[in-house]
Design a protein around this ligand. Structure first.
Ligand SMILES: C[S@@+](CC[C@H](N)C(=O)[O-])C[C@H]1O[C@@H](n2cnc3c(N)ncnc32)[C@H](O)[C@@H]1O
Ligand SMILES: [Zn+2]
Length: 277
């Protein structure tokens, strides 16, 4: 499914190396991923989420407070994708919390090949670690940019885009006709109680534009759960994986540090689309 980020020709895999007909080549790293992000496509040395943010996310997600979202995504794919052979990609997969789980569960029912891509090397390294730990096969992780996906046209039956940048033209290019596209966004009250601690005036989330040219909206699913964070470390890990981590003033963060526990609402919207011509 990969295409060369330099000349856009198909990449062939041989002896741990991806190579195109023009002899551009990309090794699988010792950690198990391929880097398809060219130096001139980077805005910084280590683009995407930092090591600290990734570790916070790993530590938060492993507590499985968001497992109900994972389950809903799985059931949605199984409901809408009925064929036996599935080519699936998680676009901005982060540290693979959704990718690895979805792949392992889908593999029980289908022949699935999964691709996970993220611009953060640290995220992809964590995703590969989990892939190894759970002995998962047929998952391919790469470092790459959503704005210029290193995949061939019409490669995938199903794409997932979870709390991430939305790049309509590229996503449509790599999705097969009639393919399924699942977008996850924070719903109105997502992390409302956390925001109340940080800001005097809380702005509720709005899902601005649901209509996307080239995609037909099949369904819209709203799910939520109140989660109970047991200590400051859990609160901090959640805080660090949100955009508020960048946006909050020092006083607000200090205020948060006084908290010993917090009940907070996780509120998600799943938008299910099908590619139409
Ligand atoms: C909020 S996180 C979501 C990660 C994962 N989908 C999840 O829900 O746990 C957003 C991710 O997008 C990645 N990212 C940001 N800009 C990107 C880009 N241009 N191309 C690929 N990934 C990008 C970040 O590194 C980060 O891992
Ligand atoms: Zn090439």
């Amino acid at each position: 499914m990969y295409r060369c980020p330099v000349c856009y020709q198909k990449l062939f895999f041989d002896n741990n190396v991806y190579r195109c007909i023009n002899n551009h080549n990309y090794d699988i790293s010792s950690k198990g991923y391929v880097n398809l992000l060219l130096a001139n496509q980077k805005h910084s040395i280590n683009p995407g989420d930092s090591k600290e943010m990734i570790l916070s996310r790993v530590n938060f997600l492993k507590l499985d407070y968001y497992s109900f979202l994972r389950e809903t995504i799985l059931n949605t794919i199984l409901k809408y994708f009925l064929n036996n052979n599935l080519l699936f990609a998680d676009l901005a997969c982060g540290e693979g919390y959704y990718t690895n789980y979805l792949h392992s569960q889908l593999s029980l029912k289908k022949n699935v090949i999964t691709y996970g891509i993220d611009i953060s090397k640290y995220a992809i390294i964590e995703a590969c670690k989990k892939k190894k730990e759970f002995h998962l096969e047929n998952i391919n992780y790469c470092v790459g940019n959503l704005m210029n996906l290193p995949f061939l046209d019409q490669s995938f039956d199903c794409l997932l885009n979870c709390f991430a940048l939305f790049e309509q033209k590229e996503f449509l290019r790599v999705l097969k006709d009639k393919g399924l596209f699942i977008r996850i966004l924070p719903d109105t009250y997502h992390l409302y109680e956390l925001k109340k601690y940080l800001y005097d005036n809380v702005i509720l989330n709005e899902t601005k534009e649901k209509n996307v040219l080239g995609l037909k909206l099949l369904d819209e699913i709203h799910i939520h759960q109140d989660i109970f964070l047991k200590n400051y470390q859990e609160i901090y890990n959640l805080f660090t994986m949100t955009p508020y981590y960048y946006k909050s003033k020092k006083e607000s963060i200090d205020k948060l540090a006084k908290l010993k526990s917090l009940q907070v609402r996780a509120d998600f919207i799943l938008l299910i689309y099908q590619k139409c011509l």
